[in-house]
Design a protein around this ligand. Structure first.
Ligand code: UDX
Ligand code: ADP
Length: 455
């Protein structure tokens, strides 16, 4: 095993291969993509994605044993092991539209592997996929007329954006699924031995292919369910004067529940949670389990409800109209420490506010470029501002929708002084010091906590 290839240079393939190259200097790691602009960015000083710590790792390895290229045929010919990390978005057309995964990029990748391969290879599914995709992948690969043999592995990635490098360097677990045949087990061991250079063996879990594929969907579904559960209770807290942080703090002390991933918010976003749950819902429907499908679909419905509820609270607080009012939107990324805006609840909030004819000043430390793309062509008065103080100047309200640490460090007296009065602050992430803001003069609306108003 000498040459590792990754097809797809995105949020998963990019950081994952950088860390493999870093930890395995004796391997040659090549990352290819059909998107030449993206590859050029990986080869430049301005990487195509923002991820803390990524620049350093890439700088250490690029040109040494880490290469970014658009020459897909050559890379396939030379590779011993190929990670497939292309996008698998939710289908927007035809059968299963809105739920099933769109596997066209995956199938095209499999076909280009058989077109260019000249030797046997291990092919590793890295993208999140519906259960039993490996079977389809295997059938396509083995339709080759060159008598080539492929071993298919499932090795889902569990990294979270914003902490990708930390997650890759110190993963809770690495999961590798393969066929229960001697060849399958050999392929599992070949991949496990790569991770074993830096991950303790007991954290490398091996299963059959289908368990591995399903585990990825289930892990994300369970995490998303936790967020929706907490957000549903945040609505009840606002009605009962209970405090969501006190409730989850105390509930999370039960070691069976645990303290993590219990933060109320305007909702979850990101490329995975919604897509994977929809995928799970589709699979359950396909296998004749409508009750199970409905159960998981509710997690998404609750998430949509939470963003709508947030905007509803804004409207109610601001005398039932935001028409023509300027509102500063603090954050657009789906979470802090990333420039990624895929499925960001911030976008849903902005669209609803624009429907109400609000005028928006959007500020985000890393995601303004993506915000502009997401809102391209959307009617309304939208400004994008690098400076949070400029974004807040003259506005009626501030809505905090991403939990950037920098928002905690702003001079809110200065911001208050520059705003229209009464000044409203809606903290969709519960990250600010609400009492201090109230004392400055803001009317403060947290999530799942008593509002602090001067009326
Ligand atoms: C997720 C999984 O964590 C990761 O294992 C998988 O590989 C990909 O999907 P990611 O989408 O990058 O990672 O971010 P994550 O930290 O899980 O957050 C997802 C969303 O949930 C964000 O919008 C975040 O703000 C929200 N969230 C998270 C909450 O609202 N409350 C929480 O307590 C935690
Ligand atoms: P993820 O978050 O799963 O990494 P991204 O959308 O960020 O998803 O990245 C997937 C990448 O895969 C994109 O850069 C896309 O151009 C690339 N890609 C899609 N299809 C192919 C293909 N057939 N060959 C090579 N790269 C591909």
């Amino acid at each position: 095993m000498k040459n590792i290839l990754c097809i797809g240079a995105g949020y998963v393939g990019g950081p994952t291969m950088a860390v493999i190259a870093d930890r395995c200097p004796d391997l040659t790691v090549t990352v290819v993509d059909i998107n030449a602009v993206r590859i050029a960015a990986w080869n430049s000083d301005e990487l195509p994605i923002y991820e803390p710590g990524l620049d350093e790792v890439v700088k250490r390895c690029r040109g040494r044993n880490l290469f970014y290229s658009t020459d897909i045929p050559k890379a396939i010919r030379e590779a011993d092991l190929i990670f497939v990390s292309v996008n698998t978005p939710t289908k927007t057309f035809g059968a299963g539209a809105g739920k099933a995964a769109d596997l066209q990029y995956l199938e095209k990748t499999a076909r280009s592997i058989i077109e260019h391969a000249e030797s046997d290879k291990i092919v590793v599914e890295k993208s999140t996929l519906p259960v039993r995709t490996a079977q389809a992948m295997s059938r396509i690969l083995h339709s080759n007329t060159k008598n080539l043999k492929f071993q298919i592995l499932s090795n889902p990635e569990f990294l979270a954006e914003g902490t990708a490098i930390r997650d890759l360097e110190n993963p809770d677990r690495v999961l590798i699924g393969g066929m229960e045949t001697p060849e399958g087990q050999g392929a599992i061991e070949a991949l496990a031995s790569i991770y074993a250079r830096w991950v303790p063996r007991e954290r490398i879990i091996t299963t059959n292919l289908w368990s591995s594929e399903l585990t990825k969907l289930v892990s994300n579904a369970l995490l998303a369910q936790r967020v929706s559960s907490v957000n549903s209770i945040s609505a009840l807290c606002e009605k009962t004067e209970a405090n969501i942080d006190e409730v989850t703090g105390a509930a999370g002390k039960d070691s069976r529940i645990g303290p993590k991933f219990l933060k109320a918010s305007i909702g979850f976003g990101g490329s995975c949670f919604k897509k994977d749950i929809l995928n799970l819902v589709y699979l359950c429907g396909h296998y004749g389990l409508p009750e199970v499908a409905d159960y998981w679909e509710q997690v998404i419905k609750m998430n949509d409800f939470q963003a709508r509820r947030f905007v509803g609270n804004m409207l109610a607080a601001m005398f039932n109209t935001v028409a023509d009012k300027k509102i500063a939107i603090f954050g657009f990324a789906f979470k802090a420490d990333t420039g990624d805006t895929r499925e960001s609840p911030a976008c849903a909030v902005c669209l609803q506010l624009l429907e109400e004819h609000a005028r928006l000043n959007i500020h985000d430390p890393k995601a303004l470029g993506n915000a502009k793309l997401d809102l391209e062509g959307v009617a309304g008065d939208i400004s994008y501002l690098e400076d949070p103080y400029e974004a807040a100047k003259g506005v009626h309200a501030i809505a905090v929708v991403t939990e950037w640490k920098s928002f905690r460090e702003l001079d809110y007296q200065r911001i208050y002084d520059s705003m229209e009065k009464p000044a409203f602050l809606f903290d969709g992430r519960n990250i600010l010091d609400h009492k201090m803001l109230f004392e400055i003069g803001f009317n403060v609306y947290p999530i799942g906590k008593r509002k602090l108003t001067h009326f």
